[in-house]
Write a protein that binds this ligand. Structure first.
Ligand code: C2E
Ligand code: CA
Ligand code: CA
Length: 543
């Protein structure tokens, strides 16, 4: 329970931190998504560039193997048989557009398409790829696109067999749906000769994600560049989901930030802890009267919760919660310190007047009460012998013998211990017998029923006998009628508290009452001074 409370409280204390966390949690995914997008974009352009050089190598490989098999079939001059049937074979490859025979100077001698125009193409560059394969980048006079021509040597001084492949399919598609992405893709030879290029016209060349891949196999380089915006557009759905999720997170945390303090405000434990920190628990003092002499014997300290608006909350509203938590220890300590402050000076002059404090079973585990009493009252204006610690018989005690030891230690200091609310629980008699208390307080329930309930009277009489036998004092609680006083007195009960004498009083009222009822015994100096004052005129007259 303590741990759970602590968590709640900590959250409460860090109320300001919650909106900060909300902002961080919201900003976190955005930052993460942005950097993820950057990485994703870099990966994508690199994949596209590698794909481009890879597909180029594969197409050239296929062209070379087609040419090799044609050469093996004896296709080595324009007159060789087989040219007529070649067209179907070429088209079947899918990638080769034309097979031709090319002179060592690069001039086309004949082709399966029948095209024999000498000046129809310009060789832009020629690169020796392998000892018997040459790669040409060719530009046709009637076409804007360049093509790749793969020449396979047929022997020294002989023409070569050549295959034409279009360059455009070797470029990656920079498309998103039907929309071209911003940026460009280009394929070139390692010497820089452009083979093909695609791109959105007017695409900015700056601020792009760029990747270059090269293949040494045939000496080609692919370069792909696209804007971050294009990549982001590719992940638009993801981005939308991200925005929704982040917004949900932000809302959830904001809700927590707004609702949690309210929840904590309604949490009685939290409220009480705050009240303790704000010093809002104050002691009231209910006088305990000697019914024989009418003198003041002492007072029971009863807690009141004074709210900032000045209203007083009675113990019934908070004591049950406080007693169920360790806060009762702090609350009792606070009341004890305040009592020293309120009435310490007066009690120092009236050593026969005592104060009683209510304690809970929790006080008796680990000797808490013993340490607290020692720490708070040792050397204070209130002597240990002026202290009575009340323990109610209503609460079950976990460990009777340990409680007994603590009580004995308190008695060793000079304090007394009272059994409170006697007669209301089932433990009364056994606690009285086993714990060795000094005082028993007869509950107001019995006092109330004096004169009406025969059973109650029997119980009161039994308790009086018991107290007498065990040499314990008796205090009667809740005395409201003079008849009750008479009855109690007849039965030998001397001490009583109740509305008939006084209700629990605030410190200032109790101080006045004490000063009136029990004037402090004059000190020797004060008596001497008073005597001197009284005799002085006589002395002067005598002189
Ligand atoms: P309690 O210890 O039995 O205290 C006596 C209660 O009876 C007080 O109620 C007191 O105001 C009330 N009372 C006194 N004379 C009369 C009377 O003539 N007629 C009636 N009807 N009632 C009278 P209060 O102050 O409301 O306290 C209620 C209970 O709260 C206390 O009962 C005690 O068990 C608990 N309590 C109060 N202060 C503390 C505290 O500091 N620590 C602990 N652990 N419990 C406390
Ligand atoms: Ca009490
Ligand atoms: Ca009581």
């Amino acid at each position: 329970m303590r741990a759970r409370r602590a968590t709640l409280l900590n959250l409460g204390k860090y109320k300001i931190a919650i909106p900060v966390v909300a902002v961080l949690v919201t900003a976190g995914p955005v930052i993460w998504f942005t950097s993820w997008l950057q990485k994703q974009g870099e990966t994508e352009v690199s994949v596209l560039a590698n794909w481009s050089v890879g597909i180029t190598d594969a197409n050239i490989d296929q062209a070379v193997s087609t040419l090799t098999s044609l050469a093996e079939r004896g296709l080595d001059s324009c007159k060789s048989p087989g040219w007529d049937a070649l067209r179907a074979t070429v088209l079947a490859t899918g990638i080769i557009k034309e097979i031709s025979l090319v002179a060592p100077n690069g001039q086309t001698l004949c082709a399966d398409t029948g095209s024999t125009f000498v000046d129809r193409e310009t060789v832009v560059t020629a690169a020796t790829a392998t000892p018997d394969v040459v790669l040409d980048v060719v530009q046709f006079s009637d076409q804007s696109e360049r093509m790749l021509r793969i020449r396979r040597a047929l022997g020294r001084g002989k023409p070569s067999l050549a295959a034409l492949i279009p360059a455009a399919p070797l470029l990656p598609h920079l498309m998103q749906g039907r929309q071209p992405l911003e940026g460009f893709a280009q394929l070139s030879m390692t010497d820089g000769t452009l083979i093909a290029r695609s791109g959105k016209p007017g695409a900015p060349d700056s601020g792009l994600l760029v990747s270059e891949a090269r293949s040494d196999r045939y000496g080609t380089v692919a370069k792909v560049a696209t804007t971050r915006g294009s990549i982001v557009a590719d992940y638009d759905d993801l981005r939308r989901i991200g925005v929704v999720v982040s917004a949900m997170f932000a809302l959830a945390i904001l809700f927590a930030a707004l609702l949690l303090p309210r929840r904590l405000r309604n949490d009685p434990y939290y409220e009480i802890e705050q009240a303790l920190a704000a010093d809002q628990f104050v002691p009231f003092y209910q006088p305990i009267i000697d019914m024989k002499s009418g003198k003041l014997l002492g007072a029971e300290v009863l807690a009141r919760w004074r709210k900032p608006d000045g209203s007083l909350v009675p113990p019934i509203k908070f004591i049950p919660v406080v007693e169920s938590t360790p806060l009762i220890l702090d609350m009792t300590r606070a009341l004890m310190r305040k009592a020293i402050h309120d009435v310490g000076a007066l009690l120092a002059q009236r050593p026969h007047i005592y104060l009683t404090f209510n304690t809970a079973p929790r006080h008796y585990t680990d000797s808490v009460i013993l340490n607290d009493v020692g720490e708070i009252f040792d050397g204070s204006q209130i002597h240990f012998s002026q202290l009575v610690l009340e323990l109610t018989e209503r609460c079950a005690l976990d460990n009777l013998s340990a409680t007994r030891r603590v009580i004995a230690s308190l008695q060793g200091l000079g304090c007394r211990v009272a059994m409170d609310d006697v007669g209301t629980g089932q433990n009364g008699l056994s606690y009285i017998l086993k714990l060795g208390v000094d005082v028993i307080k007869i509950d107001k329930l019995f006092v109330e029923s004096i004169g009406t309930d025969q059973n109650s009277q029997v119980i009161v009489e039994t308790l009086v006998d018991l107290a007498r036998n065990l040499r314990m004092q008796i205090v009667a609680e809740g005395v409201e009628e003079i008849e009750q006083v008479n009855y109690l007195r007849e039965h030998g009960i001397v001490a009583a508290q109740g509305y008939l004498f006084a209700p629990p009083l605030p410190a200032s009222a109790f101080v006045k009452l004490m000063q009136t009822m029990e004037p402090a015994a004059p000190s020797a100096e004060a008596t001497a001074a008073a005597v001197q004052k009284a005799v002085a005129p006589t002395n002067r007259a005598a002189a």
